[in-house]
Design a protein around this ligand. Structure first.
Ligand SMILES: Nc1nc2c(ncn2[C@@H]2O[C@H](COP(=O)(O)OP(=O)(O)OP(=O)(O)O)[C@@H](O)[C@H]2O)c(=O)[nH]1
Length: 358
């Protein structure tokens, strides 16, 4: 998408209070480190793939080197490993570096943990799995996901499941103005031997990328993951065999490779993650993820404009009014309305789920 190309280094947020990451040359002792991708985390042990997608790919287990301090290592991270990186049974490598992250997705702060923690790194796309019925779609949750993804410079894909139970048109119409792609799946056949249709579209939308899957319980996320990754159950067990503590009980994210031809395709499943941290999202940053809206605002908004529906003299209203014809005006208005709805979801001022208007 062109949206992402509008950023440059000056857009990179630096976390306050942290010094910059030590440079490679200050760590000559790790010059022989091996690259690996983190696929799972369980109680201080990291499941990694050494030389991921390369000729010497092998799973291994690692721990964080002390020098990394409190820095979190999450699925999707590309790390440097030292020590025993053979992946042989019982071996443990050490993670000494986290390479710069392309994107980060943060879990929302909640009552038990007031910090918005990074939960996934380097994903290209956020896939919001939403059932069209049973359970009813929650547009507020989708809006929050869109805000989090756009802020993280990720694309959003809306995977609408259970189209055998309800019509997807209203939801598709609600999200297409903000550039959210949709794929629709449905089950067919008697219970027990039901087939899922629409998987080819989903596969095409995921191909060659790393996608994070989120969704409320019961929406059919596991059904999709199991269809995409036939050995998903076994793959999520990698971390368990590492700790030797039996079944996988953690709720942390797990990266799974989707088999198939072409460039490597990964999905990162996030059990138990319902929403994303938005407290850090800057309205202007979010606005610029909407491309044309960002440009319109740069030209027309007064300084300090909040861009909300009640903002005085917000240039976005002027931009809608300045459209050449009614069709263009309606399209611009739909985009501005959607942006404002998503902005409101960030502020927690959008109380109710918006019914998907037809
Ligand atoms: N009618 C219909 N049912 C579906 C479809 N996809 C999944 N289901 C059913 O919906 C229920 C929930 O599916 P899961 O895949 O377990 O949902 P989940 O989102 O992983 O939920 P948790 O396992 O609770 O996290 C199951 O009974 C599925 O058989 C669909 O396309 N149509």
């Amino acid at each position: 998408m062109t949206r992402r190309r509008q950023y440059d280094e000056s857009d990179v947020r630096i976390r306050p209070g942290k010094g910059s990451r030590p440079r490679t040359k200050q760590r000559p002792e790790h010059a022989d480190a091996q690259r690996a991708m983190v696929t799972g985390v369980d109680r201080g042990r990291y499941a990694v793939l050494v030389d991921a997608d390369g000729p010497d790919e092998r799973p291994a287990t690692a721990m964080k080197a002390r020098e990394l301090g409190r820095e979190r290592v999450v699925p999707g991270d590309v790390v440097d490993l030292v020590g025993d990186t053979t992946g042989a049974q019982g071996t443990l490598a050490r993670i000494v570096r986290i390479t710069d992250r392309r994107t980060v997705l943060r879990r929302t702060a909640d009552d038990t943990d007031p910090v918005e923690r990074v939960i996934v790194a380097n994903a290209d796309q956020l896939v919001v799995v939403t059932a069209l019925a049973d359970p009813e779609p929650r547009t507020r949750m989708i809006d929050r996901c869109v805000a989090a993804a756009y802020d993280a410079r990720m694309d959003v894909l809306l995977a609408l499941t259970k189209a055998d139970l309800a019509d997807p048109a209203a939801l598709v119409g609600m999200y297409s103005p903000v550039g959210v792609r949709t794929v629709v799946t449905h089950a067919e056949g008697p219970r027990g031997e039901r087939a899922i249709h629409g998987l080819a579209d989903l596969r095409a939308a995921l191909a060659g990328r790393t996608s994070v899957l989120v969704g409320h319980s019961g929406v059919g996320k596991s059904t999709l993951v199991n269809a995409l990754v036939p050995d998903a159950q076994r793959a999520t067990g990698v971390v368990n065999s590492v700790t030797g503590r039996g079944r996988h009980t953690s709720t942390s994210a797990v990266a799974l490779r989707v088999p198939g031809p072409g460039a490597p395709t990964w999905v990162i499943d996030t059990p138990g993650v319902r929403s994303f941290g938005l407290a850090h999202v800057d309205p202007d940053h979010l606005l610029h993820a909407f491309g044309d809206l960002g440009e319109a605002s740069d030209e027309r908004c007064p300084r300090g404009c909040t861009h909300a529906a009640d903002a005085p003299d917000c240039g976005l209203d002027e931009w809608v009014a300045a459209a050449d014809d009614d069709v263009e005006r309606a399209a611009r208005a739909a985009r501005v309305d959607s942006f404002r709805r998503i902005l409101a979801s960030r502020l927690g001022t959008s109380e109710a789920d918006t019914p998907a208007a037809s």
